[in-house]
Write a protein that binds this ligand. Structure first.
Ligand SMILES: [Zn+2]
Length: 110
């Protein structure tokens, strides 16, 4: 699943890995800023590039049970957040296939 090459994003605002500045997502793919990660505030994105996805795990969250995969930077291997594979609560289905990036693990690269 991991990509061997890195993609470069362009736009008015690009978020990158705080460790190695690899491009990850743009403001245009951001759905919400109102999420909590494991290290504080987190953002929900429609699409993220230059990541490796881990194995699926069931996780109990404040919003119910979800199947998620941790996501890692393709260059430096830093954990960045997770991807939602499945939400068990109907009201949370919109998160399926979407990505959480932790704000503290991001830098503005552009
Ligand atoms: Zn990195």
């Amino acid at each position: 699943m991991g990509m061997k090459y890195r993609r470069y994003l362009a736009g008015e605002r690009v978020y990158g890995c705080a460790t190695c500045r690899t491009h990850l997502a743009t403001i245009h793919s951001m759905i919400s800023r109102a999420f909590n990660g494991q290290h504080g505030r987190a953002y929900l994105f429609d699409g993220v590039v230059n990541i490796v996805e881990g194995e699926p795990n069931d996780r109990q969250m404040t919003t119910g049970k979800h199947t998620v995969r941790d996501i890692y930077c393709v260059k430096c291997g830093a954990t960045l957040g997770w991807k939602y594979d499945r939400a068990y609560e109907g009201s949370q289905k919109y998160k399926e296939g979407k990505f959480i990036l932790e704000r503290n693990l991001l830098v503005d690269v552009q």
